[in-house]
Design a protein around this ligand. Sequence first.
Ligand SMILES: Cc1ncc(COP(=O)(O)O)c(C=O)c1O
Length: 388
Amino acid sequence: MIYLDNAASTQIHEDVLNSMLPYLKEQYGNASSIHRYGRLARKAIEKARKQIALLINAEPSEILFTSGGTESNNTALRGISGNGASKQIVTSLIEHDAILEPCKQLAKNGVDIDYLPVDKFGMVDPLELENHLSEKTSLVSIMFGNNEVGSVQKISEIAKICNDRKIPFHTDAVQAVGKIPIDVKELGIDLLSISSHKLHGPKGIGALFIKNGIKIDPVILGGGQEHGLRSGTENVANIVGFGKACEIAKNNLDENRAYVTKLRDILIEKVLHEIPQVTLNGDPKSRLPNNAHFTFLGVNGEDLIIKLDEYGIAASTGSACSVNTQRASHVLQAMGFSHEQITGSLRLTMGIFNKEKEIEETVIALKKIVEELRSFSPFKEKYSFSKV
Ligand SMILES: Cc1ncc(COP(=O)(O)O)c(C=O)c1O
């Protein structure tokens, strides 16, 4: 198999797995217990908190463990809104459903939600943000890197606008953390969502960075763990694995980023040159190192994925959630794509375990599959596809 769906999830790193095993076998204590089992678990959690903080240049006290990116986003939006201050949230049209769905719910409870548009590259214009801010704005939430088309927003400009007005700024950085350098202090970020399984850690664990001084209300109530902000017995093994994954990502960030970018650029170059009537979607420069997103005119992206799977290649059309909800990509719609352009889209996301040879094999398979699918295409006459 050639795995090119690293934006959906990543292979767990061997060292991450090994770091977790003792906490699943011998060291199974509850971190709230006073005895040594409990103390060992607590120590492991606090070590992981430091490892995560280091990756984004935060303080350990600013890291709140959650069950993943979805919960981190919900906690940021609903936590800020819960404290009574929230009258208006400004976000964008291309956010992940883990932002859009809680926003819909908050709108029902009387919060105004403003959705910023994006340009054809999936970029938010920071000047546009200024026009949407008002005295009642209690939070701005703009994602760091888009999970479908990979566009990386002008986060420092956006954060500055919010900082100048003392409006808390949250970013869903699930696709960006561990792939590009992120310094929350330098960038002026107040809240940031991370998910472990996107950076070679286990699933079901993540974190919300909450800058010291930013007040949020808990979304999950109970035994008061995580300083009362997120109750529930801590998942020690997952937390330890997540911490290890962040440590590995931090220590290898430059090298991994260069390597994955190289693979991505080879793939983009070959696809654009060797297959006719293909476009690259998303911002050509300001994009995640691991993301290549194309439209193959006259082809159905889902057919492409099924055929690629027959060749042993794992790919995607975009967000895993759009598969569950069976609707056309809201991201591509916001970018002004036509129905045909949306239908023909394919996302290939690389990772540190991919090899250059796999990229070459993928392009060869893609050439064959696209040609075959186009020969049955209802748009055959319309586009008169040249032979690959
Ligand atoms: C941008 C973005 N935000 C949030 C999530 C949800 O993260 P999790 O799977 O950890 O709940 C994802 C997952 O695909 C994502 O890509």
